[in-house]
Design a protein around this ligand. Structure first.
Ligand code: UN1
Length: 517
């Protein structure tokens, strides 16, 4: 692996960016291994520099979706029957292919999604980890029937198999890792996939699909159908040939998909949603100050706050608040904001102008109804792209935020420890339940916070982002998602169906080997 703190490896990164800039990239409907013309072609530009045209992208048509579903359905039966061990071979090859192409993928993540070098490295590794982890689960859980204990004279077995064709709809904030993770999960469980990437990041998705095919996947088992949610997304979730939907993205979009699926005539299909969070971190007076500062800065401003796991509201006891706020403001000033192609950059751009404008509008509200206590400076030339100056603000009530604000804005609420329960209940009442941080050295404090605030992932005395596949299975409750968690032992269950097979062996002369299903 590379060590990008070393000059040689940084040089390789710079060369990969240059090489990518000389390429002309294309994304569009990618069906049966062929890139199609699609419709509504447009330029893909970089969030770091809107004048930089990375390539072109087109959208899938309704006919493209039909064709891809047809091919997927035909290919899926053999893929399912091949079993988990055969599927694991392809998924492992995909993990290796991603790692082998790491330099180019990091460059592409930087240009198309505005990822810093550290985030790019982490993202390629995470994508490869998903492939390998789900390969392992495919072998363990889809390796053949499990014998159940039943009456004499029959065999009873339970077997997991794919549901059919899955639609995987992924976000722009992890355009490689979440895209690959969803696809790998659906494939591992024996499904074929139509994947719709976020509108902002079609190029990296197209690259991932190419890698899957190169890794030995039958191209009919994975099609890319790029486009808008209102067109392609709607076509997918309403299509009678789609047997399940996996979605990661905003809570509002999840509501819309849920309604569409519920309204489908003659179909009941699973919906796997991983959505937003209104993530809090509760600090008490026993917490280690330096640790808190470090973890808050990482959790709130890492990846420009564009993670669903990111810290949104920090709860500090009022006795320590002034000191903490001053230190956090100082720490924010040390962050380097700018072009993510520069390895020393800590915070890159937000994804697009729309996102930047939503955040600026939120800052206006904070200026009026709350108190902005620190704002970072933007470097020269920031207007070329969508850089947004990170903010720390103090909010007057624990329920000041109604919903997720997706970007580098940290809200702080100073609480009275006597009112901890009331404060925590107000946060919980918003209905989200993704990540939760606790900084304390008192068991009872951590236990109280955990009992009061719903969360799928609780982090104690550490940062609340960067869940590692297989180590911290990731996903929320309530408005934050349906589960199962990504990168955990139960990840594949809802992508699969369970079949119980009972054979009367008395009818075959007591010989269980005759019909050994
Ligand atoms: C997301 O931001 O949509 O733990 C989910 C983390 C990541 C979050 C990914 N796995 O920070």
């Amino acid at each position: 692996g590379r060590d990008y703190s070393q000059a040689e490896d940084r040089e390789i990164h710079a060369q990969a960016l240059e090489a990518l800039d000389r390429e002309k990239l294309n994304a569009g409907p990618f069906i049966g291994g062929a890139l199609k013309a699609g419709e509504s072609p447009r330029d893909v530009t970089s969030p770091c520099d809107r004048a930089r045209i990375l390539g072109h992208a087109s959208e899938a048509t309704a006919e493209d979706v039909d064709e891809a579903i047809q091919r997927a359905a035909n290919a899926q039966v053999a893929w399912d029957r091949a079993g988990g061990a055969a599927r694991a071979v392809v998924l492992r090859a995909m993990g290796d292919a991603l790692e082998a192409d790491m330099d180019r993928l990091i460059a592409l993540l930087c240009r198309e999604a505005g990822k810093t070098l550290d985030d790019g490295v982490a993202e390629v590794r995470e994508a490869a980890d998903f492939c390998r982890y789900y390969a392992m689960l495919a072998e363990q859980q889809f390796g053949g029937p499990e014998d159940l204990i039943g009456p004499a004279g029959e065999t009873n077995r339970l077997v997991l198999h794919g549901r059919g064709v899955f639609a995987c709809i992924s976000p722009w904030n992890f355009p490689l890792a979440i895209f690959t993770g969803q696809v790998a999960a659906a494939l591992a469980a024996g499904n074929a996939v139509l994947a719709k990437p976020a509108e902002q990041t079609p190029l990296v998705a197209c690259e991932a699909v190419r890698q899957f095919h190169k890794a030995g996947l039958d191209p009919d088992l994975l099609a890319l159908v790029p486009g808008r949610g209102e067109t392609v997304g709607a076509a997918l979730v309403n299509h009678p040939g789609i047997d399940g939907v996996a979605f990661t993205g905003g809570t509002e979009t999840a509501f819309a998909i849920n309604r569409s699926i519920a309204a489908r005539e003659g179909a009941i299909i699973p919906f796997i949603a991983e959505t937003g969070g209104l993530n809090g971190m509760f600090v008490d007076t026993t917490a280690l100050r330096e640790q808190v500062i470090d973890d808050v800065i990482t959790s709130a401003f890492g990846s420009a706050g564009q993670r669903c796991s990111a810290l949104r509201i920090l709860f500090i006891p009022k006795a320590n608040a002034d000191d903490f706020i001053q230190r956090l403001a100082g720490a924010l000033k040390t962050r380097v904001i700018g072009d993510p192609a520069d390895p020393s950059t800590d915070i890159g751009p937000v994804i697009d102008a729309e996102s930047r404008e939503i955040l600026e509008k939120h800052v206006q509200r904070l200026e009026k109804e709350a108190k902005v206590v620190a704002r970072a400076d933007l470097p020269e030339g920031a207007e070329r792209g969508d850089l947004f100056a990170p903010v720390i603000a103090e909010i007057p009530t624990p329920d000041f935020l109604e919903k997720e604000v997706f970007g580098p804005i940290l809200h702080i609420y100073r609480y009275d420890p006597d009112n901890l329960e009331e404060v925590a209940r107000k946060l919980a009442a918003r209905g989200y339940g993704l990540t939760l941080g606790v900084h304390s050295r008192i068991d009872a404090f951590a236990a109280d916070v955990m009992a009061l605030v719903p969360a799928g992932n609780v982090y104690v005395n550490r940062s609340i982002t960067g869940a590692v596949v297989g180590v911290q299975p990731f996903g929320g409750e309530g408005l934050s998602g349906t589960g199962p968690k990504a990168g955990g032992p139960n990840s594949l269950i809802r992508y699969a169906s369970e079949k119980a097979i009972s054979v009367n062996i008395a009818a075959q002369g007591g010989d269980p080997a005759l019909l050994n299903l």
